[in-house]
Structures are given as C-alpha cells and as structure tokens.
Design a protein around this ligand. Structure first.
Ligand SMILES: NC(=O)c1ccc[n+]([C@@H]2O[C@H](COP(=O)([O-])OP(=O)(O)OC[C@H]3O[C@@H](n4cnc5c(N)ncnc54)[C@H](OP(=O)(O)O)[C@@H]3O)[C@@H](O)[C@H]2O)c1
Length: 274
C-alpha cells in the first residue's frame, strides 16, 4: 500500500480503527475522520505509535450533517492529490429515534445517506486515481425491503429494524454504483464484518451493548475483510459484491432488486442535494 491514499470514516473506534491500523502497517497514507477533534487526534497518535507510520491524518466530519460531510470532502481534496481507497465504515445502532442536523432520521442519515453523499463527492478524485476501490460496511442484519412509504420510520421505529433497513440500502447502493461506474477501474464492494466487540451497541440499550461486547469477535479480526478488500491484488477486479470472511456471499433476494436500488438512488440524490 506504499503510495496509496486511503480515507476511512469513523476510525476512532472498533473496526474502523483496526482497519486504519492494518492499512497503515502496510504502508498506506491513512486519513481518518472524526466527529470529535480530541478523540481523532488521540487516535492518530495511537495509530502512529502502533504502526510507526507517520502518514496518518485526521479530518473533522460529523456524518449526521450534510454540510460537515461536504466540508470534509472539500478539505480532503484540497490536501490530497489522489484517493485510492474510500472506506465508508462509520455506523450506528440507536434504540431511540433521533434526527440528524438536517432533520433526517439519524440511522438512515449516518449509515446510508452519509456514504452516499461522501462517495459521490469523492468519485471524481477516485476516477482520477484509478485503479481505486470503495468499500461500504454493511451487516448480516440487513433485512426487509426498502420502506419507500416511510424511509425515516416516522411510524413503527425500532433500533434493529432501522439498522437492518439502512444496511439493506447500503447493499443496494453498492450494487447500483458498481453498474454506474463500470469501465472506470474503480471497484465497489460491501462487507459484513460479522459480530464484533466494538462500541456499536452503545446507544442500543444495555442488553445490546453487553451482547456485542461479550459475544463479538475482536475488532482486529472483524477488520480483516475490509483490509483484504482495500489492499489485495486478487480482488482488484471484483465489484458490486457482498463479502464475508474474505469471500463473496450471496444475499437475500431483496438485495438484488435493481428497481428498488434505482428508485432509492433518485430519492437519495434529492435528500443530499446532488
Ligand atoms: N460491531 C459489529 O458487530 C458489526 C457487525 C456488522 C457490521 N458492523 C458495521 O461496522 C461498522 C463499524 O462499526 P463498529 O462496530 O466498529 O462500531 P463503533 O466501535 O461504534 O465505531 C463506529 C465509528 O463510527 C463513528 N461515528 C458514529 N456516528 C458518527 C457521526 N455522526 N459522525 C462521525 N462519525 C460517527 C464513531 O465515532 P465516535 O468514536 O465519535 O463514536 C466510530 O468511530 C459500522 O458500519 C457497523 O454497522 C459492525
């Protein structure tokens, strides 16, 4: 990964932090995003100490805010001449219905609309830097169908249902984006890292918080597939797929519904103002 520039969202904790560490160990320039400047700087120092790679940078980005995402992309493009790997890693589960800075249900905003916006803003940079790769973190808990009549779960909100819905949206986004960027030498895949002992359950009630911590695997193990997808030559031409444990896996029928993917794409463009 010497000479490669990688951008990872939400790398102050869990799988993102371990992915950043793994790629920094391989020699990449790693740019992480944070919503807390102090935590970001602390993470940067920890990563430098652990990897002896000093090419680690941190950019502020609150993924609950479209303007913050736009500012972050602008700053990245100003500072860096290329982008070889974009990892949309940050994610949340929230048992309480909250709204983002833009007034949108927050799990949908952070887990799905934020990667949608960030990827689209950085697509030209990825094209210019090709071969390039995009990796979206999804989950084995993706579920249901896209809730077109109530994308923000104004009715019947449940933390896990909304999480599963956002992760289904992320798979559909991955598959359609792969079609849209065919021929650009950019690949886009999604990853289910598997249950891992991270901070993900923090806002999901005490039971879930304990559940993740007690039963999940080490984040460094969960990070292996994102690292693999970001760096290995053998996956350089695979695109539009869902990966688990470094292998392509078939997923539920709903994740191949390209009509739903196209409809969601158009709605998402309006949401983020593209
Ligand atoms: N852990 C699992 O069992 C599991 C299973 C399947 C999929 N995943 C997926 O893996 C990805 C990583 O999750 P994780 O388990 O490593 O969780 P985590 O430890 O909670 O890390 C999530 C990261 O996202 C950041 N983040 C959350 N909301 C943000 C916002 N509004 N703006 C900016 N950054 C924000 C967090 O920042 P702070 O440090 O500031 O909180 C943190 O760095 C997620 O997409 C998750 O859905 C996890």
């Amino acid at each position: 990964m010497q000479g490669k520039i990688v951008l990872i969202t939400g790398a102050t904790s869990g799988i993102g932090k371990e992915t950043a560490k793994g790629l920094a160990m391989l020699g990449a320039t790693v740019v992480i995003t944070t919503r807390d400047v102090q935590r970001g700087e602390q993470t940067r120092q920890e990563l430098i100490e652990a990897t002896k790679n000093t090419n680690i940078d941190v950019l502020f980005c609150n993924l609950s805010s479209f303007s913050s995402i736009r500012d972050c992309c602008r700053e990245f493009l100003k500072k860096y001449p290329a982008l070889h790997v974009l990892i949309n890693n940050a994610g949340i589960v929230d048992y309480h219905r909250r709204e983002s800075k833009d007034g949108i249900e927050n799990t949908f905003a952070v887990n799905y609309l934020a990667p949608f916006l960030m990827t689209n803003r950085l697509l030209d940079a990825l094209k210019k830097s090709a071969p390039a790769r995009i990796i979206n973190l999804t989950s084995g808990l993706h579920s249901g169908t896209i809730h077109f009549n109530d994308l923000e779960f104004k009715h019947g909100y449940s933390g896990m249902k909304v999480y599963g819905h956002s992760k289904l949206a992320s798979i559909l986004f991955t598959r359609l984006l792969a079609e849209k960027i065919k021929g650009t030498n950019i690949t886009v895949n999604c990853v289910n890292p598997g249950m891992s002992a991270t901070n993900l359950g923090r806002d999901a009630g005490w039971f879930s918080a304990k559940f993740f911590k007690l039963l999940g695997k080490e984040p460094s193990i969960a990070a292996q597939t994102p690292i693999y997808l970001a760096s290995l030559p053998e996956v350089e031409t695979i695109t539009g797929e869902y990966f688990e444990k470094k292998s392509v896996k078939q997923t539920k029928t709903e994740t191949y519904d390209m009509d739903a993917a196209k409809k969601l794409w158009e709605i998402s463009k309006k949401y983020v103002g593209l």
